[in-house]
Design a protein around this ligand. Structure first.
Ligand SMILES: NC(=O)c1ccc[n+]([C@@H]2O[C@H](COP(=O)([O-])OP(=O)(O)OC[C@H]3O[C@@H](n4cnc5c(N)ncnc54)[C@H](OP(=O)(O)O)[C@@H]3O)[C@@H](O)[C@H]2O)c1
Length: 325
């Protein structure tokens, strides 16, 4: 497993990190703890050293599973967790005092440490963000709280997880030089972060965690027009109506272009695409079974796509908007 610098933090993180929303259960209704624990153990064995989690992933369940496996195996790994917005608003809304008041940031961090069973996490992320908050007088209180947590050793670094498909809403923050890392959606459909956000991250030494590399499953090549999700599972809504068919059609076009030779399937090509951008520190696919961990860990063996290939892939960018039926 190759490692990359997490921005200017001095940490070397595995190119393949572990996305742990799914193992928390909740909106991923078909998770099994036995499979999840096996997947976490296999990831550690294969050199994965960064685990992305959040309190909201099953009200701390994802954090508990990660903490349990780290204790049981005795292995060292970096944990990135998140403070949920107090006003429960995804995407971000209101002032920063409504979303991330200082006492909330501290209390949520301490709650996550208890769930994980550790004294410190490497990265604490605000779970939503918009650059308007930089001009909010209350931002200083939130920032002071994060810096106090750092001085106290409860977190080593802080960053933000950017609102879905809005990479432009954190560019000013990156340019401020304040955060150590950002987390953003980046995949073969959503290529926009490569335009402005990622170059700014490189310039300012801000680490990049790439989330949703498989478009929640749409870029694995495993979905078909007949795929159905259990009631209450967020994917039933994410792929609702014509979105499923359009996703499958576009994934097949990508398969024709990318699969074969050194890419065994679309999932491998999707990870290779993410890792081709040098701004990316780690890509964190959601994994709930050891077989997926093993397949995804192999992505670290592939070379980056060459610039002409990346330019050609621009034609596959898609905003998940649909033409009228
Ligand atoms: N707002 C935020 O901060 C935010 C939002 C979303 C996600 N995240 C983070 O980013 C991580 C990744 O996003 P995500 O989990 O939502 O979506 P994702 O990584 O795009 O897709 C996860 C899906 O891919 C499947 N998969 C994984 N490896 C595969 C393989 N090799 N072959 C075929 N299928 C494979 C999984 O299968 P199974 O169904 O079998 O598990 C799951 O259905 C999350 O886990 C979380 O840590 C953060």
């Amino acid at each position: 497993m190759r490692c990359r610098a997490l921005g200017r933090t001095g940490l070397q993180v595995s190119e393949l990190g572990f996305g742990s929303w799914g193992i928390g259960g909740g909106l991923w209704t078909d998770s099994s703890d036995a499979d999840s624990l096996a997947a976490l153990r296999r990831a550690l064995e294969l050199g994965v050293n960064l685990f992305d989690t959040a309190y909201v992933y099953g009200d701390g369940h994802s954090e508990e599973l990660i903490g349990r496996v780290l204790r049981e195996t005795g292995r060292r790994a970096y944990v990135a967790t998140k403070v949920p917005p107090k006003n429960k608003s995804w995407p971000s809304s209101g002032g920063i005092a409504e979303a991330f008041p200082a006492d909330w940031v501290v209390a949520c961090t301490e709650r996550s440490l208890r769930k994980l069973g550790v004294d410190s996490v490497e990265l604490q992320q605000l779970h939503v963000w918009n650059d308007g908050w930089l001009d909010d007088p209350a931002f200083e209180d939130t920032r002071a709280a994060l810096e106090r947590l750092t001085r106290e050793g409860k977190i080593r670094f802080w960053g933000v997880s950017i609102d879905a498909r809005k990479p432009g809403t954190a560019v000013r923050l990156v340019r401020s030089g304040l955060p150590h890392a950002i987390q953003a959606i980046y995949n073969l459909f959503h290529q926009e972060p490569a335009d402005e956000l990622f170059p700014a991250c490189r310039e300012h030494g801000v680490g990049v965690l790439v989330r949703v590399p498989f478009d929640e499953g749409g870029l694995t090549g495993r979905l078909s027009e007949d795929s159905r999700f259990p009631e209450g599972d967020f994917r039933a809504n994410y792929f609702a109506g014509r979105l499923l068919g359009e996703t499958v059609r576009r994934a097949k076009a990508l398969e024709r272009e990318l699969v074969g030779g050194d890419a065994p399937d679309l999932a491998a090509a999707a990870l290779r695409y993410c890792l081709s951008d040098p701004a990316v520190s780690t890509v964190i696919p959601g994994m709930r079974r050891p077989t997926h961990v093993e397949a995804n860990a192999r992505a670290s063996e592939a070379p980056p796509y060459p610039p002409p290939r990346l330019a050609a892939l621009r034609a596959h960018a898609w905003k998940r908007d649909l033409a009228p039926a």
